[in-house]
Design a protein around this ligand. Structure first.
Ligand SMILES: Cc1cc2nc3c(=O)[nH]c(=O)nc-3n(C[C@H](O)[C@H](O)[C@H](O)COP(=O)(O)OP(=O)(O)OC[C@H]3O[C@@H](n4cnc5c(N)ncnc54)[C@H](O)[C@@H]3O)c2cc1C
Length: 397
């Protein structure tokens, strides 16, 4: 079968549906495909999303995909010092991503986009040396989708960018291994109105253990660690559960995945191929969250695809690379530098950091104001930043 569209989008996670919806609203013919038989399932996510994303990216706050409203976060140091950031308003939500992703695809379809589940991109179509579309398999049957613009929104394991000739190689050190149980938690105290983050070099090297409550006694309990660690993320998560006497006998779901936290794709566009979201490594390297970042990239990319198609000049697609790198890219680069400093802190320094931050402006910290974080750290007598780290810190701020 052969199909023709203005834009074909590979991947119906977060970036794909936002971009498809935006372009369909502008009147373009858009086809979004996903290899999953059911969009959104299985999930690979802690499902935490800041509340501001809904308004910013024009997503209805639909009860069907919101498990729980969250009012802040509690951060725990290796020795158990606790920093609490609590608001008197909803700060974020724990989603039900299986429904969220499907509803995002529904919004795209309602805006006019066509959507095909169980349709896997298997290569690119080239005509006279130019990329002309995507070769796919729909329920096992070959399908050729011709389009002016091809969007790679195919997540961390993206192949579309590579097929287009973009260097998307990710060394193990630049990826975090994540492992998560959705489980019932018994005999362990946690405030279900907050997310809980546990730090420590023996708890989660380079990362943290998280509890993202979906109910008063049900949560996503997960871990992210450096991908080149000789031990697995599962090993560290099981160890932490055991040390905290949390029985792993009521596990509703197991999620495993990679999180690209080491740097962002330089080349976001090649010819008529545009890369967005995890496929472009557009993830916050500090906490590993990538949903809001995928929405932001999709918003910028859809603006430039609209410009390029309306002015019949595909060179304009490069405006996406420039705009993303000038704003979001610079912000995430600074965060990456801060992460590179924080991953070198010893457990003693992490203890001291959590104590120091208790005196800082919690709202600013929560908003990602890393200047505020480091002002508090530098003032603390137990944090001795080495000259190399201080140099990095100056660059980051
Ligand atoms: C364990 C874990 C926990 C996380 N927790 C959080 C969190 O709490 N908050 C947060 O913000 N982020 C979190 N993230 C990151 C977040 O899930 C991603 O950043 C986000 O999903 C990126 O969206 P995306 O649209 O780029 O890619 P995805 O959501 O990965 O979507 C890509 C889609 O492309 C499809 N696809 C891939 N290849 C093909 C192909 N060849 N043909 C057709 N379809 C294809 C896939 O089936 C998939 O549906 C977590 C990640 C992991 C692994």
């Amino acid at each position: 079968m052969e199909l023709h569209y203005d834009v074909v989008v590979v991947g119906a996670g977060i970036a794909g549906p936002i971009l498809s919806r935006n372009l369909a609203k502008k009147g373009y013919s858009v086809l979004m495909i996903d290899k999953k038989a059911e969009i959104g399932t299985p999930k690979r996510c802690g499902e935490g999303l800041g509340i501001e994303a809904f308004k910013k990216y024009d997503i209805p706050l639909d009860r069907r995909f919101i498990n729980r409203e969250i009012y802040g976060a509690a951060i725990y140091s290796p020795s158990g010092y606790r920093l609490e950031i609590r608001y008197d308003r909803v700060a974020g939500v724990i989603l039900e991503r299986k429904i969220f992703d499907k509803m995002l695809a529904y919004y795209a379809a309602k805006a006019g986009a066509d959507v095909m589940a169980k349709t896997e991109a298997v290569g690119l179509i080239r005509k006279e040396g130019k990329i002309a579309g995507v070769k796919a398999k729909h329920e096992g049957e070959p399908l050729e989708i011709y389009a002016d613009v091809i969007v790679a929104a195919d997540g961390v394991e993206s192949r579309v960018a590579r097929w287009a000739g973009i260097n998307s190689f990710l060394p193990p050190h630049e990826i975090d291994s994540a492992y998560e149980y959705e489980m019932i938690i018994e005999n362990f105290e946690f405030d279900p109105d907050l997310i809980h983050l546990y730090f420590g070099n023996n708890i989660a090297p380079r990362g943290y253990v998280w509890i993202f409550p979906k109910d008063e006694d049900r949560a996503n309990v997960g871990i992210g660690i450096n991908g080149d660690n000789p031990k697995t993320a599962k090993y560290y998560l099981e160890k932490w559960l055991k040390e905290n006497n949390i029985k792993g006998t009521k596990i509703l779901e197991v999620n495993v995945g990679g999180v690209p936290v080491g740097g962002f794709l330089k080349e976001l566009v090649k010819d008529n191929v545009v890369v967005v979201g995890d496929a472009a490594r557009q993830v916050n390297p500090m906490h590993g969250g990538g949903m809001a970042e995928a929405m932001e990239a999709a918003t910028i990319a859809s603006k430039w695809i609209d410009k390029a198609l309306s002015e019949e000049n595909l060179e304009l697609l490069k405006g996406y690379t420039e705009e993303w790198w000038a704003g979001e890219g610079q912000k995430l680069l600074r965060i990456l530098k801060v992460r590179q400093i924080s991953e070198k802190l010893s457990d003693d320094e992490l203890d001291a950091a959590v104590q120091a931050l208790s005196g800082a402006d919690a709202e600013k910290i929560a908003a990602g104001d890393y200047k505020e974080v480091f002002k508090a750290l530098i003032k603390h007598p137990r944090i001795l930043l080495k000259p190399k780290m201080l140099k990095l810190l100056k660059e980051a701020l």
